[in-house]
Design a protein around this ligand. Structure first.
Ligand code: ARG
Length: 466
């Protein structure tokens, strides 16, 4: 302890006065980086193990360090560790306590290492674990979507363009569109993981170290694919964290789109689905209200994740090599992006299986808005009418429908024949919603048979994840 009873700074040797109290608080990261303790301890254990292997530490020293670190880990887990602001960050807090506990051997742990490669290692290890749990939650959500899509493979709803009824589609097909968005997100997450899973340990402060370290060994101990190639790059770049936030932003963008549709569909204007009460809340003033808060919040939380991506890109911009203290600012955006994505995925994965389709409402809505107009045009083309003329004929029929308040399928043959004499009795087959969706029977089409087949292929892709 120093005179003012503050712990002595591990870097205090060349300093002649105490750090300004405000500066101490301003420069400290312990308020948020304590989260890295588990991975910091794992990194230190791997480092000490390697130092013993190459003869820099004795086996006894290694064991003493590992024992000390494990005891500290247990204390942190039990909530008994007092984090100190004057020890700045998680790395120095743990190392200082280790030294306090085991004495001189504790001081040897930092041989051949710097906080610069230490923090880069910790954040990669931490992010890798979170990537794996996010991947699992994403899989749970996607599986829920596939189950619902399978159940609703033949349920007819309006498909929209410009949020106006365009053509009938199946609800299962709509859900599979969400699945595909998330499938690409999953791919991006795994791609990001490859670049996260490289070991910067051994890069030391910036130039490497004079000790005979074995970087491949620490990489292997920590489950990294390989050591990074360049020490300057290793301690300075946070592109892997930016990449994670880019993944997170795209995922949130997709979840926000699905959220928006859930909000619309639960409204009394649409009333396409029923969302159980446990996912909704009420209004303190309007007793009749049941609000879709969960999807609305997911939609809203998208903004903060985009913010974190922008923050990290801006943090990294124009930074000269190698480590700069700027990089301490990488943690809060990454942590919050992780927390937000996990919560939103959990909300969605819990909510999707609970959705109940209001099939009659969907069907009625699909019937309004002349959603089979394109089918009538295609019918005319099959009877030899050029497509542009067919478009014109159907346009006139729709105009008549608007005037008389009738859907195309509700007109008599005579009424339809006013617009084209090639129309015969068989037209009614294509004007039904069932006929319309069943006719789009190719890969990627909305026909119930295609939805069922697509669900089967998608299940295969999910199963192959292992
Ligand atoms: N707390 C620091 C960070 O998060 C650790 C690295 C400090 N390195 C240094 N040279 N000051 O970036």
């Amino acid at each position: 302890m120093s005179q003012n009873d503050q712990p002595i700074k591990p870097w205090g040797g060349r300093f002649t006065e105490a750090t300004d109290a405000f500066v101490e608080r301003f420069t400290a990261s312990i308020g948020f980086d304590y989260r890295l303790y588990h991975h910091d301890i794992n990194g230190s254990i791997a480092h000490a193990t390697m130092l013993a292997k190459v003869g820099v530490l004795t086996d006894a020293e290694r064991d003493q360090i590992i024992e000390g670190l494990e005891a500290i880990r247990a204390e942190i887990v039990a909530g008994k560790f007092n984090w100190s602001i004057s020890l700045e960050d998680v790395h120095m807090n743990i190392e200082a306590l280790l030294t306090q506990r085991i004495g001189i051997t504790g001081k040897k742990l930092h041989t051949g290492r710097s906080r610069n490669d230490q923090v880069a290692t910790d954040i990669r290890l931490y992010l890798r674990d979170e990537i794996d749990s996010i991947g699992k939650e994403l899989t749970r959500l996607q599986t829920g979507l596939l189950d619902l899509a399978e159940r609703e493979a033949a349920t007819i709803m309006p498909g929209f363009t410009h949020l106006q009824t365009a053509q009938p589609v199946t609800f299962g097909h709509h859900l599979l569109a969400w699945f595909e968005m998330l499938e690409r997100d999953y791919g991006r997450l795994q791609d990001c993981r490859k670049r996260v899973n490289q070991s910067p340990l051994g890069a030391a402060a910036l130039a490497g170290t004079t000790y005979p370290i074995d970087r491949a060994y620490t990489a292997q101990l920590l489950g990294f694919d390989a050591p990074t190639e360049n020490s300057l790059d290793s301690v300075s770049d946070r592109d892997f964290a930016i990449e994670f936030c880019a993944f997170a932003s795209l995922l949130m963008m997709h979840l926000s789109r699905a959220s928006e549709e859930l909000v619309l569909w639960t409204s009394s204007q649409f009333s396409f689905i029923h969302l159980p009460d446990r996912f909704c809340t009420g209004s303190s003033i309007m007793p009749q209200k049941k609000n879709p808060d969960v999807p609305e919040l997911v939609r809203g939380k998208t903004g903060r994740v985009y913010g974190h991506l922008t923050a990290l890109l801006t943090l990294m911009k124009s930074q000269p090599l190698a480590y700069n203290k700027d990089n301490q600012e990488d943690k809060e955006p990454v942590f919050d992006a992780i927390d937000t994505v996990k919560d939103c995925l959990r909300a969605f994965a819990d909510m999707i299986p609970a959705i109940e389709a209001r099939k009659e409402n969907m069907y009625e809505a699909a019937k309004r808005g002349f959603s089979t107009a394109t089918d009538l045009a295609d019918y005319l083309v099959r009877k030899g009418v050029p497509f542009r003329d067919a478009h014109e004929i159907v346009g006139k029929s729709v105009g008549y429908g608007v005037e008389t308040g009738k859907d195309l399928s509700e007109m008599t043959l005579e009424e339809l024949q006013q617009f084209s004499t090639v129309i015969t009795d068989d037209v009614f087959k294509v004007l039904t919603l069932e006929g319309s969706v069943a006719a789009r029977n190719h890969i990627g089409g909305t026909a119930p048979a295609q939805v069922t087949a697509a669900v089967g292929r998608a299940r295969g892709r999910v199963a192959a994840r292992g």
